[in-house]
Design a protein around this ligand. Structure first.
Ligand code: ADP
Ligand code: ADP
Length: 220
């Protein structure tokens, strides 16, 4: 079932830089798709267009089944320093007016889902980079979005932490089955995580090819 249909989208910035030049992509409900390409090829721009954080200058983005709830994970965890891990994860629920007891229960469950049971009361400054990213993923998933967009979430982490997070993210996806779009410049990461990889050219910001990874995909 088709969740998102991206057709010929372009994005040109005020300074004349063309970040995307006619990219097309289909995203199927429930899949784990990686968007792979070198730095500067327009991956973030594509993701921001899909998220509705920016508008394309040309082209269309259609949602055949209606636009779903979308979670977004950035490369920087961007946790609020004044509240705990639980408070950070509960924030999207608070913004939706969910009552305190329910949002704290759901936030605790989301933290447990990313392996952070017992760290509910920790503040951002007390957490490692990998743990902060886990909190960030829990915050993006706490509202149970159908689509989770991730923009090089593990790029700033060391290799060991990164591999652990890759494994745990895949386990989480297998349990929860949200649709995942994962932007990365790492071939390893894209092959490890994905059922399908969309490869972007360095220039001019197009999706060049798509590769299907036959299941069962490689696991370590
Ligand atoms: P990637 O995520 O693949 O590294 P981006 O989507 O961030 O690529 O950027 C694609 C291109 O657009 C790059 O050349 C980048 O320098 C340029 N770009 C991104 N954001 C802006 C902006 N706000 N203004 C001008 N140019 C931008
Ligand atoms: P709420 O409206 O639910 O209090 P907050 O984000 O303010 O939302 O807090 C969420 C959780 O973080 C609560 O359990 C709260 O007790 C805890 N918390 C927030 N700020 C602090 C603080 N400065 N010191 C200790 N715990 C805090």
């Amino acid at each position: 079932m088709l969740l998102v249909r991206v057709r010929d989208v372009s994005r040109v910035f005020a300074n004349g830089v063309e970040a995307l030049g006619g990219a097309s992509l289909d995203i199927a409900a429930g899949e784990f798709l990686s968007v792979l390409g070198p730095s500067g090829c327009g991956k973030s721009t594509l993701l921001r267009l899909i998220a509705g954080l920016a508008e394309p200058n040309a082209g269309t983005i259609d949602w055949p089944q209606g636009r779903p709830d979308i979670g977004f994970v950035f490369q920087e965890p961007t946790l609020m320093p004044w509240t705990t891990a639980l408070g950070n994860v509960a924030l999207p629920l608070k913004l939706r007016g969910v009552a305190r007891s329910e949002r704290e229960a759901r936030a605790a469950e989301a933290l447990a889902g990313v392996g952070l049971k017992g760290f509910e009361k920790s503040f951002s400054r007390e957490l490692s980079g990998g743990m902060k990213m886990r909190v960030s993923i829990a915050r993006a998933l706490v509202t149970a979005p159908r689509l989770l967009l991730m923009d090089e979430p593990f790029a700033a982490l060391d290799e060991i932490t990164r591999r652990k997070l890759n494994t745990d993210l895949l386990d989480l996806w297998e349990r929860t089955r949200f649709t995942a779009v994962f932007v990365t410049h790492s071939v390893f990461e894209s092959v490890f995580l994905s059922q399908r990889i969309a490869v972007m050219s360095a220039r001019p910001g197009r999706v060049r090819s798509e590769l299907a990874i036959p299941a069962p995909y490689p696991r370590t």
